[in-house]
Design a protein around this ligand. Structure first.
Ligand code: SF4
Length: 694
């Protein structure tokens, strides 16, 4: 319990949990943090906060923190504590040995949202300049990579179009495949305020979430679709808009590509895309689809917010493009109150994409094959860069199993717990010869590591995070790094050990380099961030104070491009053996794989993953409330306790993935998005049966 008035001074920094990016004042007594107080000047939160950011920061001083570098030559050996110099030198010599034996492309690295923008930038620079390849990927691969692809194809920029505040001007809000009440709580409160003022709400979700019905809100439409039918619903909505004459023809004629529009219009007008034709497939009555389409299309300002329930599918990119089609067709991009708004899950997943952590793109979303861009980076970095895209995370696993990928530098991402089909990931890691894990804790991935480099928490480093509305905010060092180095210093030291020199004195110098090389960041600096509190990119000569709303006069790509979105059924079929569909999500008090929140008081609110099952399915299987149940898929099996609830529809079960012992990803599949390989976490065919307590 912290007594009020105890603080002696405070340091303003940014929450390290979700994509809202709340600003906090870390109040200090001496060198101890005594409490986190939401910052009234925070551009994303305006003084508000949630149970994670406000209370769940104690993990930074948890007894499980690993504070010494460690090495071992085999994963069956015990860890040996060594000096930083010895650990870095060992890692560098192993990476070089592997490249000498298996070739330049046999190693790579993975960044995460635990990294600041500056740390992501340095890591991808290390991989491109010191490893000499483009085998760099990030946690966005498993969440919002379809957003990056789909929005670039249609409107030309891989980011959301609006500020969070923009929702206060929306008349109609669509929330699709997202539950902001648990995933983005501070923004959800703002959205609820707007709904209480009279805005209408359409929820498209297989579950009855808090956004559908809660003490303060009730959705006007809930399209409770079957998991895996997002594209069908989007096409049916488009069909109703087109055939009922609800298109914004003037807007389309002025701002969109004519040829793609004509082709798309012809496609969605087909009878097989009608709400009636899609009713059986989606499970949503046609009149609800038509009603929702009319409500959205007739709004003065209609906004779409979507999350991982859209992206984490075999057709994730297709649905993102379908959403963009809807927004363009109804004139809902380019002013306040409207837009296409991906609710990025993690604190810096937007930033990790912006900073060039993808294997095909340099910072600023420029393709590695573009000679002009590459030359610009080569001149500053002093190396020749590989023009060929590198390996995505799933490709790294495949190459490891093929024997051609042998070394991995993994910063802040627990791939064993967070990536699908755990057995497949574990087998790939076991096949590698040098895995370097840089993290706060000995996580599940560290079980396969040969070098452990202690990471630094967000309280222990300077840098920036970029939230879901493209807002760059300062992360400020509140306490010294407990293991002696901030993460950017560790990456820099590893690069030096590899023989590629880096000599930044402070992360502000890294940001200056990012700004010099990235047109959308030309106007960003720490001085400017101190002055403005935060900046939404693009920030450059044309927009010196940043850009709250994008695509105002025209789309970034020029003419908005409509894309045909043909529904294709997922390969993950229900059968007699696996008759139910499992879908996954999160809970308010926990965060992702739980590495941080499980080590805080928040664990008391939710201390186990559970399986939600509909009363009909439970009765059929003689499952009672709180019974232990076995869940089996084609990938594996696990055991959870059952919660019987009508939140899920018959034929669908649901769980969270916050606890390693329940291993939700032991049962998820290898299926992935056709364009980006984002895993299809949201559709796994399973059987559920009662079991005795494990
Ligand atoms: Fe804000 Fe998200 Fe942190 Fe909660 S978890 S305080 S909503 S940034």
């Amino acid at each position: 319990v912290i007594a009020l008035g105890q603080a002696e001074h405070s340091v303003t920094t940014t929450c390290a949990y979700c994509g809202v990016g709340c600003s906090f004042n870390a109040e200090m007594k001496g060198s101890e943090v005594v409490r986190m107080v939401p910052n009234k000047n925070g551009g994303a939160n305006h003084g508000h906060s949630c149970v994670k950011g406000r209370f769940a920061w104690g993990y930074a001083s948890h007894k499980d923190r690993m504070l010494k570098p460690m090495i071992r030559s085999k994963i069956t050996d015990p860890w040996k504590e060594v000096s930083w110099e010895e650990a870095l030198s060992y890692a560098a010599s192993e990476f070089r040995r592997i490249q000498g034996k298996f070739g330049k492309d046999s190693i790579g690295g993975i960044t995460s949202s635990r990294c600041t923008n500056e740390e992501v930038y340095l890591t991808q620079k290390l991989i491109r300049a010191a490893f000499g390849n483009n085998n760099t990927d990030t946690c966005a691969r498993v969440c919002h990579s379809p957003t990056g692809y789909g929005l670039k194809q249609t409107i030309g920029e891989s980011a959301g179009t609006q500020t969070f505040d923009s929702v206060m001007k929306s008349d109609v809000i669509i929330v699709m495949g997202a539950n902001p009440a648990t995933g983005h709580p501070v923004f959800a409160s703002q959205m609820k305020r707007r709904l209480r003022q009279g805005a209408k709400l359409i929820v498209i979700d297989p579950r009855t979430t808090e956004m559908v019905k809660s003490p303060h809100i009730k959705a006007d439409y809930h399209l409770k679709l079957r998991p895996g039918t997002n594209v069908a619903i989007v096409s049916a909505l488009a069909h109703a808009i087109v055939t009922e004459g609800l298109l914004k023809e003037d807007y389309i004629a002025e701002r969109c590509d004519e040829k793609s529009y004509k082709e798309w219009k012809e496609f969605v007008s087909r009878p097989d895309n009608s709400p009636e034709a899609m009713e059986e497939l989606t499970g949503v009555p046609a009149d609800l689809i038509r009603g929702a389409a009319r409500l959205y299309a007739k709004a003065n300002n209609g906004a779409i917010y979507y999350g991982l329930g859209v992206t984490e599918h075999a057709q994730g990119s297709t649905t993102v493009m379908g959403i963009a089609n809807l927004a363009m067709a109804t004139g809902n991009v380019g002013r306040e109150g409207v837009g296409i708004n991906p609710l990025r899950g993690q604190n810096n997943v937007q930033g990790s994409c912006d900073m060039g952590s993808f294997p095909h793109e340099l910072p600023g979303y420029r393709h590695v094959s573009d000679t002009t861009t590459r030359t610009m980076f080569e001149d500053v970095w002093g190396v020749k860069l590989d023009p060929e895209p590198g390996l995505r995370i799933p490709n790294m696993f495949e190459a490891a199993l093929d024997g051609t990928f042998k070394g991995l530098y993994c910063v802040g991402e627990d791939i064993v717990q967070s990536d699908p089909n755990t057995q497949h990931v574990s087998a790939a890691l076991e096949a590698m010869e040098c895995i370097v894990v840089q993290d706060l804790f000995l996580n599940e991935t560290a079980k396969y590591a040969h070098v452990f480099l202690p990471g630094s928490s967000f309280l222990e480093k300077d840098g920036t995070f970029t939230n879901a509305e493209r807002r760059i905010s300062r992360v400020r060092k509140v306490i010294p790094p407990k293991a002696g180095k901030s993460d950017w210093e560790t990456t820099q030291a590893l690069s030096n050990a590899l023989g590629y020199p880096m000599n930044y004195q402070h992360p502000s110098e890294i940001m200056d380099e990012i700004a010099a090389l990235t047109p959308t960041f030309h106007g960003v600096s720490y001085e400017r961030l101190d002055e403005l509190e935060s900046i939404q990119w693009p920030c450059n000569e044309q927009a010196p104070e940043g850009t709250p709303t994008m695509h105002i006069d025209k789309f970034v790509r020029g003419k908005g491009r409509f894309i045909i979105t043909q529904y294709v059924a997922t390969d993950e079929k229900v059968t007699r053996k696996f008759p139910l569909i499992l879908t996954t999500g999160r809970i308010l008090s926990q965060y992702n794989v739980g590495a941080q929140t499980r080590r805080t008081e928040n664990n008391k609110f939710y201390s186990e993953d559970r399986l939600e099952i509909h009363p009909h399915d439970a009765e059929e299987r003689n499952i009672k409330q709180d019974d232990w149940v076995g869940i089996e898929s084609r990938s594996g099996q696990t055991v959870l306790r059952a919660t019987i609830t009508e939140k899920v529809q018959p034929g669908v079960v649901y769980t969270t993935f916050h606890f390693p012992e329940s291993g939700a990803n032991v049962i998820t599949t290898d299926n992935s998005d056709w364009a980006t390989n984002c895993p299809e976490y949201k559709v796994t065919a399973v059987q559920v049966m009662p079991v005795t307590q494990p």
